[in-house]
Every structure is written in structure tokens, then in C-alpha cells.
Design a protein around this ligand. Structure first.
Ligand code: CS2
Length: 484
């Protein structure tokens, strides 16, 4: 394979964006859009300073050691690869409790030149109740940030402290752009920040509510965690870069156009600027992420390791088609001209990209934070319309079985979820399907109780669980539970 190489050639940009969450996704998505922007302008005011708040100090150091230059390997398929050098990230910081860059980060966030703060801190990084979006005042980092607001640990805490400093200095507010997979992600972020600020100073909270814009956005690019085999493949092509990321060629970013302090002209870089991102966000969450989660739990229970391996099996493809056509697409209210069948086809093609080793275990993590927006909101809408929810019910049953910590062959897997302790206790206490399912559905921070108490939903989950646990994944896929 001879990759197409795109070097980074622009003049160094000044920092105008601070990003919280220097993960693989940020480096393969937002930074690539900004790289294009800087290439068009030969530098300019929109370079990025990017920080990790809790983990991966090593990556921060690696980026520094390498002069903040890294590669993004974009695979169309096993034959076609674009290798891009990125230098849009000008500075990396580690502001974890054991790090020393917290002040440097807050200083950066207080500079007048910084006009946008973007975030990819995962769903749980906002410390909001997944079911109803309230700030979790009992969460340890939030309790910490209420007690010691000038030395924050959480992402909302960083935003509140930086905004407080800007207010005190008479510096205009920055715009906050959430890039995590949540519905109404701007509104949710706003809620977290304003509620936390209110604990500190109602006047500060009122200023934030009034002066700070929180546009919502939809982000999309499949960026699996890097494994040794991925680095090895790049080394074989002459790229020895421990900060490299591998991803698919596809990428999409839809942003609500609400940036009172200005923004990059990234509509020329392939970003869709819209008045309302809601339909795009719901489409992506329910169709793409919803399908991903179905594969993650059912696939892992069947002993399958990657997305591409799962969609290489007909019953899984059939399940995804049925789920998308009958349970996700009918709940979406899309702009004129959107072709959801074509979207479903494109998703299946993307999932089949076997150049990506996208591990199901990676997608399976944090289910408690993901299920409400991926499956449960759609299921509620489907039941209200008298429609099917059997694929979703099977997914929920698979998730509950998955949280027992082993697959159907008895192979153990770790449960990476803020509620892992609760799940373990429920599995310990309830050995029979009926009380177990009832106990899980009663978790009101995951399940909207009007859905959990709807017998059509509860019975379908219980039936699916029995088939799955008793007869296996193939039987469950071949005999979908009827919700009639
Ligand atoms: C995945 C997403 O890990 C997950 O939960 O569903 O990271 C997915 O790959 C991205 O949202 C694609 O844009």
C-alpha cells in the first residue's frame, strides 16, 4: 500500500481555542478540521491548546517531546490510506490532580485571545444524571469543586473558574462548544456549568447564563483506541510516531452557529454550520451509536472482539437493519431530503471497514451513560406511536447480561462504568431473570421510569433476557421477541 501523504505546512498559529480532553477522538476530528483551516490561512488566530484533566499524562509529554506534531492515518479500506501530519495543537497541558499545569491551563482559558473552549470529556465528564440531566452534586469531583472552586478538577469546574476570572478581569466570555455524544449537548453543558456556578456565586451564575453561548454540535468519526498492531502497521510504512491516531476516512461535524466572540471560518473546511443541530444529533446517536451499542453487548456475549468481525456475520447485519429501519428511523424528524435508508447503508459500510480494529469492549464501556440517548429515548417514542421495540429490548437484555462481567461462554470481561459497583451488587443479589430485570429497570438514573414501568418494554426485555441467557445470542437474534 502506498499512502497519500499530506504534510503540515502552515505558519504556527496563535492559540484561540482551548480544548479539554486530549484524546484520540479530538486529535483525529476537531484538530484535523482546524489543520485544514490553518493551511488555508497559513496560520492565524485559531491554534489549539489541549489539556487532559484526569488521565494520560504520558500523551501530553509525548506531544511536547515531538514538537506537537503527530500523524492521523485515515483508512478508507485496507487499500486506501491518507497519512496526515497535524500541528494545529500548539500546546498540551496536564491538569490532573497529580499534574502541575492547572494554573497554566486556567491562565490560558483567561486570555482574551482565547474565544472558544471545546470539550471531549465523555458523557460522564459532565457529572449529569444520565436520565434527567441534573448536576450530580454528590459526585466526588463536583463536591471537590464546590469546596475548592479555584483549584477545580472537573470539566464544569474548570469552565466556572475560568469564567469567574474573566468576569473579574472584565474579559468577555468565551463560547463553550461541547463535542461529546449527548443530545442537546450545548444545553447540557450549560446546565452543568450554571448549576455549579450557582453553588459558588449567584451573580456569577447569572452572568454565565446571560453572557456565555453554548452551541450544540454533532461530531462523527470512528476513532478506535490505538493498539500495538496499529503502531506496527504505521511503522511498516515508515511512520514511527507514538502519538499517531488511526481512524476511518469519513468525518462529519455539524455545529450550531452561535459564536458571539467569533469563530474560525470552518464552513470552508467541511463543517456544516446550522441553526439547529437536534435532528442531526438524534440521527447519529440513535442510528450510529445505537447500532454500535447493540453490536458491543450482543457481540461481546457471543465472544466477538471487533465491530468489523460482528458485521461480517449475517444475523448481526439483519439485526442492525431491522433496528435502524423499525426502531430508530421512525423516531427521527429530519430536514427535507434526508435519506435515512442511504444513511443506514453508509453506516453498515463504515462498520465493515476492517482496517480499523474497533474493539467492542471500547464501545461497551459506560453503558449507564450511553443507553438513555442511544436507545431509550427512541424506545419511548416508538411505544408512544404503537411501534416495535424488540431490537432495543434485546439490546437492553444483552447489556444487563453483559454487566454480569462474563460472556455466554464464561469468559470474563471488565465492566468499565461509573455504576459498575451497583451492577455487581444487583447480579449478586438476584440470580433469577425476573427479579434481576426488575432491579435493573428500577435504576432511575438510567431508565426513565415511565418506560421501565411500561409492560410492553419490561416484558420484552425479560423475554429477550431468557432467550439470550438460556439459548444464546444466535437464538436471540433469530427469534426476535414480539412486543405485540
Ligand atoms: C462509539 C463512538 O465508543 C462508542 O461508544 O459508539 O465512540 C463512535 O465510534 C463515535 O461516536 C463515532 O462518531
Amino acid at each position: 500500500m502506498t499512502p497519500t501523504s499530506i504534510p503540515s505546512v502552515h505558519a504556527p498559529a496563535t492559540v484561540g481555542i482551548v480544548h479539554l480532553g486530549l484524546g484520540a477522538f479530538h486529535r483525529a476530528h476537531q484538530a484535523v478540521y482546524l489543520e485544514r483551516n490553518l493551511a488555508r490561512h497559513d496560520g492565524g488566530p485559531w491554534g489549539i491548546a489541549s489539556a487532559n484533566l484526569r488521565s494520560n499524562r504520558r500523551l501530553v509529554e509525548l506531544m511536547r517531546e515531538r514538537g506537537q506534531r503527530y500523524h492521523v492515518a485515515e483508512y478508507t479500506d485496507s487499500e486506501t490510506l491518507t497519512l496526515r501530519q497535524v500541528t494545529a495543537i500548539r500546546e498540551t497541558l496536564y491538569a490532573g490532580p497529580d499534574g502541575d499545569d492547572l494554573e497554566a491551563l486556567l491562565d490560558r482559558m483567561s486570555e482574551p485571545e482565547v474565544r472558544i473552549v471545546t470539550l471531549t470529556v465523555t458523557e460522564k465528564g459532565y457529572h449529569l444524571d444520565p436520565a434527567d440531566g441534573r448536576l450530580l452534586l454528590d459526585a466526588e469531583p463536583i463536591r471537590h469543586d464546590i469546596a475548592a472552586p479555584t483549584r477545580p478538577r472537573s470539566a464544569p469546574g474548570m469552565l466556572v473558574e475560568a469564567l469567574a476570572r474573566r468576569l473579574a478581569a472584565g474579559t468577555p466570555a468565551f463560547t463553550v462548544l461541547c463535542c461529546d455524544n449527548m443530545p442537546d449537548n450545548g444545553k447540557r453543558t450549560r446546565r452543568a456549568v450554571v448549576e455549579l456556578a450557582r453553588r459558588r456565586d449567584p451573580a456569577l451564575a447569572a452572568w454565565i447564563a446571560d453572557a456565555v453561548a453554548f452551541p450544540s454540535s454533532m461530531v462523527d468519526r470512528i476513532v478506535p483506541a490505538m493498539g500495538e498492531a496499529d503502531f506496527e502497521r504505521l511503522r511498516a510504512l515508515g511512520v514511527d510516531d507514538p502519538a499517531a491516531v488511526t481512524c476511518e476516512a469519513f468525518s462529519q461535524w455539524v455545529i450550531e452557529d452561535d459564536f458571539p466572540q467569533g469563530r474560525p471560518d470552518w464552513q470552508h473546511d467541511g463543517v456544516q454550520m446550522v441553526a439547529d443541530v437536534t435532528p442531526f444529533e438524534s440521527m447519529k446517536l440513535r442510528m450510529l451509536n445505537g447500532s454500535h451499542s447493540l453490536l458491543a453487548y450482543l457481540g461481546t456475549l457471543a465472544g466477538i472482539e471487533t465491530v468489523a468481525e460482528a458485521v461480517g456475520r449475517k444475523p448481526f447485519v439483519a439485526l442492525l437493519r431491522r433496528y435502524m429501519r423499525n426502531e430508530a428511523a421512525p423516531t427521527l424528524d429530519m430536514p427535507e431530503g434526508t435519506d435515512l435508508d442511504a444513511y443506514a447503508d453508509s453506516l453498515l459500510a463504515r462498520f465493515a471497514n476492517d482496517s480499523l480494529h474497533h474493539r467492542l469492549q471500547q464501545i461497551a464501556m459506560d453503558g449507564s451513560q450511553k443507553l438513555p440517548q442511544r436507545w431509550l429515548a427512541g424506545a419511548r417514542a416508538r411505544l408512544d406511536a404503537g411501534g416495535d421495540i424488540d431490537c432495543t429490548a434485546l439490546g437492553v437484555a444483552a447489556w444487563i447480561r453483559y454487566t454480569a462481567g462474563s460472556n455466554l461462554q464464561g469468559v470474563r470481561h471488565p465492566i468499565d462504568d461509573p455504576m459498575a459497583g451497583t451492577f455487581a451488587a444487583l447480579h449478586d443479589r438476584h440470580r433469577e431473570p425476573e427479579p434481576l430485570i426488575a432491579a435493573f429497570l428500577a435504576l432511575d438514573s438510567v431508565f426513565d421510569q415511565s418506560l421501565a414501568n411500561d409492560p410492553r418494554f419490561a416484558n420484552a426485555v425479560l423475554d429477550a433476557y431468557r432467550v439470550l441467557d438460556g439459548e444464546g445470542v444466535v437464538a436471540a437474534l433469530n427469534h426476535p421477541v414480539s412486543t405485540e
